[in-house]
Structure formats: C-alpha cells, structure tokens
Design a protein around this ligand. Structure first.
Ligand code: PBG
Length: 329
C-alpha cells in the first residue's frame, strides 16, 4: 500500500505538535480499561505489605470500604478478589473453597450488600489458594485430575455466585469446565452470572510474586504444566478459546500479558469476543524494579499498558489499576 512519497508525503507532519498527536491517537487508556485485583487476609484492621510486590498490599475485610470507594470514584468497572489462606485451612482437597464463611465469601457479601451494582466483582474459580500442594485441582500421582476437580469447581462457582460474585473466572484450565459451570449455574437459577474464562493461561514463571501474595509459593509441588498451556504454542490458544466460547464463556482472558501480545491479537482477530489481558505479578515486579520513580521511568508502565490495548485487549487486570492517574500525572 503506497499512498504517496517524499517530499510530498511527510508522516512527521502529523506528529509535529501535541494536539495533532492527540488528534490522531489510535489507542488510549481510560479507567474503564481496568480490573483491580485485591488481596484479602484474615484479621482486623490490617494492611500488609507483600515482599515481592512493593506497592501492593493484603487487606482485612474491614479495610475494604476504602479501597472499593476509591475504585468506584476512579471509575474502575470491576475488582477481582484473591484470598491469602492460612496454612492450617489448607488440605489436599482444598475444602476451604466450599466454606461459605471463607474470606472470599465474606468479602463478597460485604461488598455486594454495600455497593450493589456500583462495581462488578470477579472471583477466580480454582482450588490453588486452598490446597496444601498449591495446585488448582485434585492431585493424584503428580497429575491434576480433570473431571473430579470440575465437580468441586461447580460448587465453588455456585457458592461464589450465591454470595454475590458477578463474574466467575475459572482459572484452573480443566477441560470442559466452562460448559459444566454454565449448566450448573443455569440449573440453580444464576442465569445472568457472567463467566470470564481464563481460556488461555500459560504455565508461566511470571506468576511467582502472586503465589507469594496468596501464600502458595512454598507449597507448590512441581509445576502446572500438565494443565496450563505450553508457552511455545499459539494455535493451541485458539482451540482453547473456540471451545470455551462454544461452552458459554462471555469473555476470555489471556494470561500473562506482555509476553503474549501476539496471542491477544490473534484471539481478538479470530473471535471478536471481549478479551481481557492479565498483567501478572511477575510483569509488575519487573516494571517496579526498573523504576526509580522519575517520570521517564514511570512511562514504561503506560507504554506497557497501551501495548495491551493496541494488541486488542478490551481491559487489563493490573496491579496499577487504582494508581493510574498518579502514573499519568
Ligand atoms: C490461580 C491464579 C494465578 C494467578 C491468578 N490466578 C497463579 C497460578 O496459576 O499459579 C496469577 C496472577 C499473577 O501472577 O498476577 N489459578
């Protein structure tokens, strides 16, 4: 496509001034583009720092109002809840996931009662915060069992929906779980609970700091390669997405984000479905470690986030979500 040539054509003309650059911008970030992850801990009046994620904290439930108020004021459409589960509450089967008084359930009720539909709430569907071996499902001879795990995920899904979760986000990578969860929710009259499938979740080394944040890091036995995707593949990502859409996913997630922009783009181009990207904990730590707090350094955050939009993401799960205005300033 040749549309002209030098000297008649000068692409730098459009870039000459700030107003002109703003006029022709193809992508930008607004608060609507973000999902804010919140880490929960048991107890009272605590804001606990996380060693591997400077600037990110775990909060007790009584501290949530502040965070949620601020998120709403900033115009963030959705938060995502992640529990730090005490070791004594974990076991092989992850039964704490089905305890209606667990951290997530209590937080859901609290937030939903107070804020109704002012903000959306998303919760992971997976057992890893609750299992003593740190895997997302039931473990047998180092293999995570598929169908047996789904049975538990169904009850976890229904419980979270009953407690007020708007968007269930299965992050476990079991085959067939989206269809089973959809059927189960419909059967129990939760026809309008949305499903955001972590359809494309790679077995990634970028999740390290998150596992520290939820307390599964030192517990994890082996790796998650027999269920999460192999990062050498991309055709397989499209098969995962195609299946989840067919099974009833309302939106899909690609995770991690920055090393997988090609996948975000392919998924968007092929399926025209809402695509979320997860800027995961390891990406966050990398960026944080590269920042010495002057403006140029902070711009690496914006540049990374815009790349998600350019690739085709509708929204981004980011630990920067509630600090974006400070970063842009
Ligand atoms: C759990 C889950 C993980 C993340 C979100 N949900 C970790 C994992 O699969 O081990 C990672 C998020 C991050 O690194 O920020 N299924």
């Amino acid at each position: 496509m040749i549309t002209g040539k030098f000297p008649a054509l000068r692409l730098r003309r459009n870039r000459k001034t700030d107003w002109s650059r703003r006029l022709i911008e193809e992508n930008n970030l607004t608060p609507n583009d973000f999902i804010l992850p919140i880490f929960l801990i048991d107890g009272k009046n605590k804001k606990q720092s996380i060693k591997s994620m400077p600037g990110v904290y775990r909060y007790t439930i009584d501290k949530l109002n502040n965070i949620v108020d601020r998120a709403i004021k900033k115009g963030i459409p959705m938060i995502a809840l992640f529990p730090y589960t005490e070791k004594r509450k974990k076991n092989d089967l992850g039964t704490e996931a089905l305890n209606e008084n667990n951290l997530v359930c209590r937080a859901l009720q609290r937030i939903k009662n107070k804020y109704k539909n002012e903000i959306g709430i998303m919760c992971d569907v997976a057992l890893d915060p609750y299992t003593s071996h740190g895997h997302d499902g039931l473990l047998q001879n180092k293999y995570v069992l598929n169908d047996e795990t789904i049975k538990i995920l169904l009850d976890q899904s229904l419980l979270q929906a009953q407690m007020g979760c708007d968007v269930l986000a299965p992050s476990d990578m079991m085959d067939g779980r989206i269809g089973e969860i959809r059927k189960y929710l419909d059967k129990h009259n939760f026809k309008m609970t949305q499903i955001l499938s972590y359809a494309v979740k790679y077995a990634s080394s970028f999740y390290g700091p998150f596992r520290d944040a939820v307390g599964s890091k030192n517990l994890l036995k082996g790796n998650k390669k027999n269920y999460q995707m192999d990062y050498r593949n991309s055709d397989e990502a499209l098969r995962e997405v195609a299946l989840d859409i067919k099974e009833g996913a309302d939106m899909v997630m690609v995770k991690p984000g920055l090393p997988y922009l090609d996948i975000i783009k392919k998924v968007k181009e092929n399926f025209k479905i809402p695509v979320m990207a997860y800027q995961v904990s390891g990406e966050y730590s990398l960026l944080e470690n590269g920042i010495k707090n002057d403006l140029t350094d902070r711009n690496i955050i914006l540049e990374s986030l815009i790349s998600f939009k350019r690739a085709g993401a509708n929204a981004i799960v980011s630990y920067y979500a509630d600090r974006l205005d400070q970063i842009i300033k």
